[in-house]
Each structure stands twice: as structure tokens, then as C-alpha cells.
Design a protein around this ligand. Structure first.
Ligand code: ZN
Length: 667
């Protein structure tokens, strides 16, 4: 329900990065390897390497290969989930790109549109969720369609008419968010009907509730009856899910251990039946596998895209353990109870026993579905609260993705750090400790933050309603911020210096109060859960600390800066807010949660917003990044058997998109 991805603004650190912070990963920036391969609109595309791949056995490589194939076969599902006309648009773009090459300003505008749609897995911005429009004229687009032999007049309306599918997930809280959202989760039903439908089938007393509605579309038939149609073999998306299961079955043959075999068996069974009890059984088995080197995500996982937070988007991820870097999070994990016992929240809201937190650092092998090309840098699953409580969860940070962001920004001439940091001292501190302190905060957020605390008996896990995600992210972030500065971190050998945390504090405040607004269109409110969380924390501390100027707003050369004057008091403010957010969640105090978000997280001061956008624009950087995958290619020996699997690093973003369309297109 609430855990999920930590998506940070990686650009906040800027160009110069401590080499020492990167050496943990076993990955070194290679002079001849170019990380940034494409850039357009507000996006840049990077490619990542897979450190440790060469140390896998042939069987482990084969396992990872089939899991990657299974992941890539889910692509079309996500496209269709995001909007029911997405695949129709994509097929037209593919046909145009395969039949025509031109050299004109209009063609360049068309290419940018096509690249943006591929990046977003559909016609809406992957982050802002507003519809994307081509800069080339409609008549020009019509001529391209004609050139590709496509006769579909309605398609031009879908692409150009702002009234059709304006937002993927609607944020118009005054209207019917189910009707107004373009996502393909509901048909012919309104919000009230959906809520009544689920109120009628959810058993609030079940201690082990299934994730009702996670893998279905809700449709009201002509008879007026509301029904759910599952995404499964023999149901919706059957051709894609059949291919996924074929590859999962091949993977199962070469799995590393029996737990993985059992887990894959259950996942295949779930895809065949659509039975959410099987999904839970799969997750319980999946959580147990902490000894394997290769791991994966495959399924309908996160509910961010559903306006009602119930339907999950399809997602795939294959990764291998980074043994060296995992040591850090293993130490945190081993000390989980100490952190729980010493946190500044009311003892009634603490877990007597923190259980099953398995933390590790991984390197991505394949990104797919909702994790491709834009991807999280940390994962915390499964999402079902009762499974997390009784069986634990897996929490990972993804080293090669984080480091690729760093290496990529080193390739850029300017940085947000030098622009938004107040003085040279702050820049130096960030350069010295910023990357490492930020990674440690991420570890704390993922390994301990989400797993901390407990609800009072009788409090519903859904009590926070539409504010749940932002508040949960705030809770995890605050837990991490509080402990980033704790002497215990130095004692445990995780933090190298008692002052290093200051780099993360300064960075967090700068980001929460300014830098992150580069991602919000002028005049729009701050709506994304992770961004609301950061704004809430930074704004709240700024206002509460105002009497003693804990954080000070300063001006220099007509520019605004936020400077942390007192790090010790700032930590005390983090502690105070953590205690309050935990109280709100534990008691199910919806009104207080709503009030926090509405007061501190949503509104952006228009003057500051404009200034931030102008300053950022002048830097000429891209606010969003995404990745192409290495192609894992089998090497076939003379006798026809596969002797190896090697990653091949493409530098052709559009080429990979077209390849995937051909190779993994199913719907
Ligand atoms: Zn999180």
C-alpha cells in the first residue's frame, strides 16, 4: 500500500562526485564508456553497466537471461494500462519510424514527440502525468501517417486534442478522479460505484487480506452490474502473460535454489489463475530468498497510477547482488532493533520486535514495465502490510543506477549544486560528503524507515486515504534523516565522519524548498508523493525553526538561497516531525495528516517557483533521467549449446525501443 520506491532527484548533487563514494560498488567510471547517450525535451537517456556479471556462473547467467526475457515481455501490458489508446499510438509511431526518414524541422519535432512517448510508456508525461503534445503541426503528422499507410483519423484527435485524455491519473479532486483519469483500470464506472463495490467485498476483519482489485479491471456492463476482469492467462493481457510465463518456466529450470523454484512456480500459478491468494503465497516465498545472487520483480506491483490506489501497474526488474556494497546495509539490518528502540517516537507506536528486514545493494541487469526507462534507485517490497509484518520484506538500493546518474552528471558542464548552494563552503561539503551521505540516507529510508513503527490496534491500514503515500514517504525519510546524524552511524563504521551528515541535511533542505520544483510546471501545485514528502519536511522545518533561524532564507545577486544555520536544531526538528507523522499513522488521524500535506506540501510560492525554473533553465540540464538496458546475448558454441551470456551495451535509445516493439510486442 504505502512502501515502494524511493525516487530521488539525483541531479541535486551536481557534477563533481567523490570517487570514494563510488568505489563501494566495485564499478569504476571508465574513460571510454559514455554514460549519457541521448537527450531531448526534459529527458536524458543513460546506459548502465553490470558490475559483477562476469563473476556469475553460466547457470546464474542463464537464470538472469530468462528472467530478463520474462520482464521484457510485460512491456505492452503497462502501455495498455496507462491508457487504452497508447498501443495504438505506439504502433503508428513504429510504422512511421520504420518507413520514413526525413531531414526537416517538422521531422525533428516528430522525433522528439516519439522519443517522449516511448520514454513515458504512453502519451502522458511519465512523472507529471499530463498529456504530451507534438510540436509539429497536425497536418504534418497526418502526412506521416499516410506515408506509413495508416488510415485512422481518430488517432490525430487522440494525439492533438487536449480535451481527450488530459491526464493519466487525474489530480482534479473536485471532479470524479476515476472518470477523469486516462488509466485503463476502470470502464463505465464512477468513483462512488468503485468505492461501493470494494466496500461490499473487502472483509475488514481479515488479518490476512488479499490486495483486493490489484490485478483487475472494473467494468460496469450494460446490465448495470459491476464486475472485475482479471489480468491473467485466459483473461485480459493473456498473450503477454503467456510469454512471460514461458520464460519464467525456463528460468525455473535453472534457478539457484529451491526457494526460487517454489516462488516461480507460485508466480506462474498466479498468472494462470489470477488468484490473489497465490500472489500472496508467491510474495511470502520471494521474501524468503535472501541467499540467491540473482533476484527479480515481476508482476502487478505498485498502485501509484491508480487514482484510487488499488490497481497495480505491471513492472519487471532483474538484478544481481553487489556483495561488497551490501555490507553497509547488512550492518543497519543487524542493528534494526536498536534503531527502533532509540527513535524519537512515542513508545506505543514502536515495534517491540522489528523483524525480517533484509537489506542489500544490487546492480540492475534488466529494467522493464513501469521501471523502464525511468527507474527507482531503491526498492522495498512486498507491499502487503500483513506480509511485511509476519514475513518481512526485502529492501534494496540499486548501486549501478545511482552511480550511472553520478557519472552521467560528471559528463555535464554545469550543475544544480553550484547554482543553488549558497557559498563555496556548502559546495565543498557536498562534494566531499554529499554522494555518500545521500546514499546512507537512502539506505536508512529503505532498510529501516518503512519497516519502523506500528499501527495501534484497530487502526486501518487505509486510514490515510489519498495522503497515505506522501505521509509514508515522509515517515521513512524523517527516520533516515534523524539517524543520518546519529553518532551510532559513525560507531557502526557506516558514516566516515561525524560532520558528514551535514552535507545531506543541506542538500535535503535545498532540494525540498527549491531544486525539486524544477520538476513542476509553473502554476501547478506539487502533487507527486515523494516530492510532497520532501516539501512537507523542508517547509515544516523552515517555518518551525524560523524564530531561531535554524534555516535562513538569504539573497545574493538577486537570487534566493536556503541556508542551514543550525544543524543540531534541524535534527531536533526532524525528530519532532517524525514523532508527529508516526502518531498520525499509528492513530489513523486522517485530518491531521491531511492538514500537514495541505499546509506544507502542496502549495509552491509562485515567485520562488518562477525563479527556480529560470535559474534551472539557464543551466540547460535535464530534470529526468532514464536508461536503456544492456542486451544480454547468448554466445553459442560450435556444438550449438550456449557457452556464455554477455551484456552488449547499446548507445541507440530509439533503436532499443523499436527492437522491443518488434521482439516483445504481444498486444
Ligand atoms: Zn520510500
Amino acid at each position: 500500500m504505502s512502501m515502494k520506491h524511493l525516487i530521488k532527484i539525483m541531479i541535486a548533487i551536481g557534477s563533481a562526485v567523490l570517487a570514494g563514494a563510488c568505489s563501494n560498488s566495485g564499478q569504476n567510471a571508465q574513460n571510454d564508456f559514455k554514460y549519457t547517450i541521448d537527450s531531448f525535451a526534459d529527458l536524458k537517456v543513460m546506459r548502465y553497466q553490470i558490475p559483477g556479471w562476469e563473476n556469475l556462473s553460466l547457470q546464474q547467467k542463464e537464470y538472469a537471461f530468462h528472467l530478463s526475457e520474462a520482464a521484457k515481455y510485460g512491456r505492452d501490458i503497462l502501455w495498455d494500462q496507462n491508457c487504452k489508446d497508447n498501443l495504438r499510438v505506439r504502433h503508428a509511431l513504429e510504422a512511421i519510424l520504420e518507413t520514413q526518414v526525413k531531414d526537416s524541422p517538422e521531422w525533428k519535432d516528430f522525433l522528439v514527440y516519439a522519443k517522449r512517448v516511448f520514454f513515458s510508456n504512453g502519451i502522458h508525461h511519465h512523472y507529471a502525468e499530463d498529456k504530451i503534445f507534438p510540436a509539429c503541426p497536425r497536418e504534418y503528422f497526418a502526412s506521416l501517417l499516410e506515408g506509413a499507410g495508416i488510415n485512422d483519423p481518430e488517432l490525430l484527435d487522440i494525439i492533438y486534442d487536449p480535451a481527450i485524455y488530459p491526464q493519466r491519473r487525474s489530480t482534479e479532486t473536485s471532479g470524479d478522479i476515476v472518470k477523469l483519469s486516462a488509466v485503463n483500470f476502470y470502464e463505465n464506472v464512477n468513483r462512488q460505484e468503485v468505492e461501493a463495490y470494494y466496500a461490499g467485498i473487502v472483509d475488514p476483519k481479515d488479518p490476512h487480506p488479499i490486495s483486493y482489485g490489484l490485478n483487475t479491471k472494473v467494468v460496469k456492463g450494460q446490465d448495470g452490474v459491476i464486475r472485475e476482469f482479471p489480468w491473467k492467462i485466459g483473461g485480459i493481457y493473456s498473450p503477454a502473460i503467456e510469454k512471460i510465463c514461458e520464460e519464467l518456466a525456463k528460468a525455473r529450470e535453472v534457478a539457484e535454489n529451491d526457494i526460487q523454484k517454489r516462488a516461480l512456480g507460485l508466480l506462474i500459478e498466479y498468472y494462470n489463475t489470477g488468484d490473489l491468494r497465490k500472489w500472496d503465497e508467491f510474495n511470502i516465498e520471494w521474501v524468503k530468498d535472501t541467499i540467491g545472487t540473482v533476484d527479480f520483480i515481476n508482476g502487478f506491483i505498485e498502485d501509484y497510477n491508480d487514482p484510487l490506489g488499488r490497481k497495480a501497474s505491471w513492472e519487471g526488474y532483474v538484478n544481481i547482488k553487489d556483495f561488497e556494497a551490501s555490507k553497509r546495509t547488512e550492518i543497519l539490518s543487524a542493528n534494526a532493533q536498536w534503531f527502533e528502540d532509540n527513535s524519537p517516537v512515542d513508545p506505543r507506536f514502536k515495534k517491540a520486535q522489528v523483524k525480517g528486514i533484509s537489506a542489500k545493494v544490487i546492480n540492475a541487469v534488466c529494467l522493464a514495465g513501469d521501471s523502464y526507462p525511468s527507474t527507482p534507485i531503491g526498492i522495498n517490497l512486498p507491499n502487503a502490510d500483513w506480509i511485511r509484518k509476519e514475513h518481512g520484506s526485502k529492501s534494496v538500493t540499486i548501486a549501478n543506477i545511482t552511480h550511472t546518474y553520478d557519472y552521467s552528471s560528471q559528463e555535464m558542464p554545469t550543475s544544480t549544486l553550484t547554482e543553488f548552494a549558497y557559498d563555496e563552503k556548502e559546495v565543498e561539503m557536498a562534494k566531499k560528503w554529499g554522494t555518500l551521505a545521500d546514499e546512507i540516507h537512502t539506505d536508512l529510508h529503505e532498510c529501516l524507515g518503512h519497516g519502523s513503527g506500528q499501527l495501534l490496534p484497530g487502526v486501518s491500514t487505509t486510514a490515510m486515504g489519498e495522503y497515505a503515500s506522501a505521509l509514508e514517504e515522509a515517515r521513512a525519510d524523517l527516520f533516515g534523516l534523524y539517524y543520518t546524524a546519529d553518532p551510532k552511524m559513525v560507531e557502526l563504521g557506516i558514516m566516515p565522519d561525524p560532520e558528514a551528515y551535514k552535507a545531506e541535511y543541506a542538500n535535503y533542505i535545498r532540494n525540498g524548498l527549491m531544486v525539486q520544483f524544477t520538476r513542476v510546471e509553473f502554476g501547478r501545485p506539487n502533487t507527486e508523493a515523494h516530492m510532497q514528502n520532501r516539501k512537507l519536511i523542508a517547509q515544516w522545518c523552515y517555518e518551525k525553526g524560523a524564530p531561531t533561524r535554524v534555516i535562513e532564507k538569504k539573497y545574493k545577486n538577486g537570487k534566493t538561497y536556503f541556508v542551514v544555520n543550525d544543524y543540531v536544531k534541524l535534527r531536533a526538528l526532524f525528530a519532532e516531525l517524525l514523532a508527529e507523522v508516526q502518531r498520525i499513522k499509528s492513530e489513523g488521524d486522517y485530518e491531521a495528516g491531511k492538514n500537514l500535506i495541505e499546509t506544507y506540501a502542496v502549495h509552491i510560492d509562485p515567485d520562488l517557483h518562477k525563479e527556480v525554473l529560470d535559474r534551472y533553465k539557464a543551466l540547460n540540464l535535464k530534470p529526468y533521467g532514464g536508461f536503456v538496458n544492456p542486451e544480454i546475448q547468448p554466445v553459442v558454441g560450435d556444438d550449438g549449446t550456449v557457452t556464455d551470456y554477455v551484456p552488449v551495451y547499446t548507445d541507440d535509445y530509439l533503436g532499443q525501443m523499436l527492437l522491443y516493439g518488434k521482439k516483445y510486442g504481444t498486444l
